[in-house]
Design a protein around this ligand. Structure first.
Ligand code: SF4
Length: 375
């Protein structure tokens, strides 16, 4: 049924059948070859576990980054069963560098629920998928349509941009009413015959043609259906987010080493089980005070530290809602504290570390290779 777009300009009619035809023809010719799109041997759709894994990894992370992680992950955990049986620390270590670690923890928990409650088979419906940890509206719709052929539209950031431009929607796409309007527009366009391909094609179009900046309209297979192109308003649609200044928080991190039988070992600690970087490991870190750390601060961070730590690095790290400044100090311990965990550089590779601590580890490795660094 044609979708009538209402606005103050003369009415423009988007013909859903013609739009689908043009979009899917383009997708059949131009889709990227991505490892999670390979059809399962038994049928024409990709393996559901692969779709689940790719959709979780692709949240907030670009395709180019995800591809390697996806392949490495499948080598370690080829089935949902192997993932469910794995130790969470191993899963986090493999996820290291992808960020948003709650995704990894939820994925691991979801695998456990699938094994325990669904006999190892991923639910095929949006409702069933949404019962799993970490799976929201978009991810459930994407998995249900791509892996199981369910006729449900999936609207992510790329699809939001395409729909806003196609329909000349200038209102903020982060507002509730606009979000609902976009989901309903996507529902009215989806292909009954190829819902998974339709959703993938919309995302693909947003990723490689209808890009946030400089959309490639002259190469676009659906430009004849596009209101923004007709009005040359594509550069101001969708409405940009309101920029907020991110709060900056400061941390002091202490790299305390103890030399045991000629090998350097470093004090590490595990982060709390909830919150940012939950359950991961780090060099002892505390909230920074004013000026330089006092003896009490050093004692609190690492009771074994024997020397006054010396500043070696400053690391800035931005997350969605805040910016961090880690000031890193180096010191030595005369002897390890009895309850502390001390790891060599090679052993540190086995621990899941947040990105700023991976940077510190890289600095320590460089120093091993070139001892004049930081001396
Ligand atoms: Fe996007 Fe341009 Fe295609 Fe419209 S014509 S959907 S703005 S790339």
């Amino acid at each position: 049924m044609p979708v009538v777009i209402s606005c103050t300009m003369p009415k423009m009619v988007l013909s859903a059948p013609n739009f689908r035809r043009d979009l899917l023809n383009w997708y059949d010719r131009h889709q990227r070859s991505l490892p999670w799109r390979t059809p399962a041997p038994a049928g024409g759709r990709p393996e559901p576990y692969h779709v689940l894994l790719s959709e979780i990894m692709l949240q907030q992370t670009p395709v180019a980054t995800v591809t390697d992680y996806f392949q490495r992950f499948l080598v370690q955990f080829p089935t949902i069963e192997s993932l469910a049986q794995a130790d969470e620390q191993r899963v986090l270590r493999l996820w290291q560098g992808l960020g948003y670690y709650s995704r990894a923890r939820n994925l691991h928990r979801a695998a456990g629920v699938v094994m325990r409650d669904h006999g190892g088979v991923l639910p095929a419906t949006v409702e069933g998928l949404r019962e799993l940890p970490g799976i929201g509206r978009y991810t459930a719709a994407a998995i249900a349509s791509i892996a199981f052929g369910k006729c449900v539209a999936a609207v992510d950031g790329n699809v939001t941009r395409v729909l806003c431009r196609l329909n000349g929607i200038e209102s903020d796409p982060r507002r509730g009413a606009t979000i609902e309007r976009l989901w309903s527009l996507a529902d009215s366009l989806i292909s009954l015959r190829r819902p998974g391909d339709f959703n993938s094609a919309m995302m693909e179009l947003g990723a490689i043609v209808c890009r946030p900046k400089s959309p490639q309209c002259l190469l676009c297979p659906v430009r004849h259906h596009c209101r923004a192109f007709a009005e040359q308003s594509q550069d101001r649609i969708p409405a940009p987010p309101k920029r907020r200044k991110l709060p900056r928080v400061r941390r002091w991190t202490f790299v305390i080493e103890w030399i045991f039988e000629g090998e350097r070992r470093f004090r590490i600690e595990r982060r709390p089980a909830v919150g940012r970087w939950a359950g991961m490991w780090q060099f002892p870190t505390i909230v920074a005070g004013c000026g330089a750390p006092a003896d009490d601060d050093v004692e609190r961070a690492c009771p074994a530290a024997a020397s006054v730590p010396r500043r070696i690095l400053a690391i800035d790290h931005s997350l969605t809602h805040r910016r961090y400044r880690f000031t890193v100090f180096h010191g030595v311990a005369a002897a390890p504290d009895p309850d502390g965990i001390w790891a060599s550089i090679d052993e540190l590779d086995r621990y899941p570390l947040p990105k700023p601590h991976v940077t510190i580890l890289a600095w320590l490795r460089n120093r091993e290779a070139s001892p004049t660094i930081g001396s």
